[in-house]
Design a protein around this ligand. Structure first.
Ligand SMILES: Nc1ncnc2c1ncn2[C@@H]1O[C@H](COP(=O)(O)OP(=O)(O)OP(=O)(O)O)[C@@H](O)[C@H]1O
Ligand SMILES: [Mg+2]
Length: 322
């Protein structure tokens, strides 16, 4: 399905989350974890949210599932205010986290975990059959319903966490670094599973990751995030063919050459800077100013504008203003 025929399920407008944090005993500052973000996730679409640690991905994901209250901005879900929607149908919106150890109750057997989820939904068939069907969907045989989480491997636990999220047939799933804690071969199995399940269940997904190849593998479109802001957004194909933002190119330069060579030779490392220099980045200017080899005076003074390269590809950078 092409992107322009899909309708929007989740829409965020000028979404921000600020935290007041202490710099020292007497000094406090406002940390802009998410800073004025606009975002759309369409029906039956996987949007990848890519960025390094601390860029605000989890904070953004939590706001989109109403686990975190925005400082400002608006979120629409199915054309309705998210909070209103959640009040009526919380189960349509699910999140799976990086660490299943903290998200699965250690005292509940797998079967009980899944049955509890089914009870929360409108399910009115045979619970035992449905639990087995769910286990089967995530590649576990029915004997696993008797297991406690500590009897499972990391990959198996993550399969159970995914089954629990899907038990209620959600419309929207936020998957936050769901394979980051797993080793390479298991990671690949879980990624393939998530892609397969998305095609069967047809939920929309925000796939959060710090890993570019993983994000490209799973997503239809990708939003690249740096320091609380979206810096580039494109379809997967556009991002591979024509990555524009210096930060996107920096991410490409940071992956093994086997992968980076796929990106049309556009890899370009940014300067590594000390935290002090990072902190001196001018307020109002581009957050990458002190690291970007192309930075000019305008980048220091003004926030980067949104530049549309195509209907689906935009970049927030002064360099592309014509
Ligand atoms: N409850 C909080 N109080 C204060 N600061 C917070 C809070 N939650 C997040 N932050 C800060 O907001 C910024 C973004 O954090 P967030 O967890 O959203 O990043 P992330 O992109 O998910 O990082 P990671 O890849 O490490 O998971 C960080 O600087 C973090 O320290
Ligand atoms: Mg995170």
């Amino acid at each position: 399905m092409s992107n322009n025929v899909r309708s929007a399920l989740v829409k965020a407008f000028n979404l921000s989350k600020y935290y007041r944090v202490s710099l020292s005993m007497f000094k406090k500052t406002l940390l802009k974890a998410v800073d004025n973000v606009n975002l759309t996730i369409n029906e039956d679409e996987v949007l990848g949210l890519l960025g390094e640690s601390g860029s605000g991905k989890t904070t953004l994901g939590k706001m989109l599932v109403a686990l975190e209250e925005p400082t400002s901005g608006k979120i629409l879900f199915n054309n309705e205010d998210l909070k209103e929607y959640v009040r009526k149908r919380r189960i349509d919106i699910q999140m799976v986290f990086q660490n299943p150890d903290t998200s699965l109750n250690p005292r509940m057997r797998v079967g009980e975990v899944l049955q509890e989820a089914l009870e929360a939904s409108n399910f009115n068939g045979d619970y035992s059959d449905e639990v087995e069907r769910l286990l089967n969907d995530v590649g576990l045989d029915s004997t696993y319903k008797h297991y406690y989480p500590h009897q499972l491997s990391g990959g198996q636990k993550q399969r159970v966490a995914i089954a629990r999220a899907l038990a209620v047939k959600p419309k929207f799933l936020v998957a936050d670094e769901i394979v980051s804690a797993l080793d390479a071969s298991v990671k690949m199995q879980i990624l393939k599973l998530v892609i397969k399940l998305q095609k069967i269940y047809r939920f929309s997904m925000l796939f959060i990751s710090h890993d570019l190849p993983t994000t490209v593998y799973v997503s239809d479109r990708i939003s690249v995030m740096y320091s609380g802001k979206i810096v580039e957004e494109a379809t997967k194909e556009e991002l591979i063919k024509d990555p524009l933002h210096p930060y996107t190119r920096h991410l490409i330069a940071s992956i093994p050459s086997l992968y980076s060579s796929l990106f049309n030779g556009k890899a370009q490392k940014l300067k590594d800077v000390s935290n002090e220099l990072q902190a001196t980045t001018p307020v109002g200017g581009c957050k990458l100013f002190s690291r970007c080899p192309y930075a000019t005076e305008i980048c220091k003074a003004l926030e980067p504008p949104e530049v549309s390269v195509s209907k689906t590809h935009k970049v927030f950078c002064h360099m592309y203003v014509r």
